[in-house]
Design a protein around this ligand. Structure first.
Ligand code: NAI
Ligand code: AKG
Length: 409
């Protein structure tokens, strides 16, 4: 029978931001019932209080797990981002504290691509302003400024999982697709990669941004890029709010250089649905504003729940870190008849030697050993006879450079 260094009922899992019921089902089916569930995000003292005795935490994009928050979370062993973006977590701090971070790299990508397709059609038909007018009793029955998407050019910036799917969907509507990416990418369908972003901006009737938040993408789309877009074209951003200079965008809408925009992500987003949304883009009838719902569909959230909860349960059960975004990746078979020890340490020469020496001096036989490292940390998983597991754990705790140890079973 499997034994954990902690009884599964003592492993507290904190789930925030209303992650899908499927996550709870997976965790409960894996024997984890000590779950604290919150519909919204937490911050400040509330977050510190809830996370201080949690072993795992599950979040979406609103909860910020900074170095300070993580340092207060003394029991935390794993983080699940129930989304794609992991920029809301200080990944380096988590790594140095020996905490792997998992996400769902694909599960909501189709949902984002579908939303953007809908927005392209709505924007090119001038629907947002007609809709706004009709709500006020107006009636703009006119073809002026309304276009089919067929034959128009879509410029995709960031041709990854979302950008590629968007390109394929746009082509089925008869659009021509060009893209810009810092990497050489295989163009799908008839898409065409352009070497310079400005080439794309000069050609595109609609520009859609699908880059991750990195130091390089911060404000990468500012006044100069907006100015380089074709007069009367449209901008869509469902990537991250830090990528676009919102004031520059507002100015281009004000001057009518751009005919409209669809924005799903903002530099500052309300912490909960009860907080007011503030943005210089409020009040433009030709702008579709959505509350960061690009990936918020029932299908995506259910799949994300299953995927990320499964990764957390697997790490807790057998130490597997495959697909962790900040951690050495170790893929492990289930072990029978032995106990498994996890040891996370500062990556410096000789640690493995010290572990093996310590075990050898105590007569602890190692049945299996797996080691992976990053530049800063090492992650070693060992199998030992169950009778010797407790003694082996004590030995591991005393190895210089140890960040964290766990005995699984
Ligand atoms: N609005 C929403 O609800 C959602 C937003 N997202 C955001 O969308 C982003 C993209 O998602 P995926 O397509 O799955 O990511 P991905 O990692 O598959 O693709 C990103 C692409 O951007 C490229 N890239 C990186 N830096 C670049 C730069 N400076 N210039 C041009 N290209 C650059 C990469 O080479 C890569 O091809 C996520 O990182 C996330 O922030 C993701 C899901 C839902
Ligand atoms: O659904 C969410 O909470 C965030 C979606 C997102 O932006 C992502 O997956 O990166």
């Amino acid at each position: 029978m499997a034994k954990h260094s902690l009884d599964k009922d003592k492993i507290k899992i904190l789930l925030l931001e209303g992650v899908h019921q499927s996550a709870l089902d997976v965790l409960k089916n894996s024997g984890y019932n000590n779950i604290e569930y919150h519909k919204g995000s937490l911050s400040g003292d509330e977050l510190a209080e809830a996370i201080k005795d949690a072993h795992f935490v599950g979040i979406r994009s609103r909860t910020h797990l900074t170095k300070e928050v993580l340092e207060q979370a003394e029991k935390l062993v794993g983080i699940g981002c129930f989304c794609i973006g992991t920029n809301q977590v200080d990944l380096k701090a988590a790594e140095l504290l020996g905490i792997p971070v998992f996400n769902a790299p694909f599960s909501n990508t189709r949902s984002v691509a579908e939303l953007v397709i809908g927005e392209i059609i709505m924007l090119m038909r001038g629907i947002p302003q007609r809709n706004a007018s009709a709500h006020k009793g107006g009636w703009i029955k006119s073809a002026k400024g309304s276009y089919e998407v067929r034959g128009k050019t879509l410029g995709v910036i960031g041709y990854g999982h979302i950008g590629t799917q968007l390109g394929i969907l746009a082509e089925t509507l008869g659009m021509r697709v060009v893209f810009y990416d810092i990497e050489d990418k295989l163009p799908l369908g008839n898409a065409h990669q352009l070497r310079f972003m400005n080439e794309l901006l000069a050609q595109a009737d609609v520009v859609s941004l699908h880059v991750p938040e990195t130091p390089q993408t911060k404000l990468m789309f500012g006044a100069a890029q907006i100015e380089a877009m074709r007069p009367g074209s449209f901008l869509i951003n469902a990537s991250r709010g830090t990528v676009v200079d919102i004031d520059a965008l507002a100015a281009a809408l004000e001057s009518k250089h751009l005919a409209g925009a669809a924005i799903d992500v903002f530099p500052i987003e309300p912490k909960s649905n009860d907080d007011e949304f503030q943005s210089p883009l409020r009040g433009f009838d030709n702008v579709i504003l959505t509350p960061h719902v690009g990936g918020s569909t029932e299908e995506a959230q259910e799949n994300i729940g299953i995927e990320v909860a499964g990764k957390l349960a697997k790490y807790s059960d057998n130490g597997s870190t495959v697909t962790a975004v900040n951690f050495p990746e170790v893929s492990l078979p289930q072990q029978h008849g032995t106990s498994r020890l996890l040891h996370i340490h500062r990556n410096r020469p000789g640690i493995l030697l010290k572990i093996n020496q310590a075990f050898s001096e105590k007569g602890i036989n190692i049945g299996g050993q797996y080691l992976q490292t990053t530049a800063d940390i090492g992650y070693v998983v060992m199998e030992v006879h169950t009778d010797q597991a407790a003694e082996a754990l004590e030995e591991l705790k005393n190895i210089e450079g140890t960040i964290r140890t766990r005995l699984l079973y």
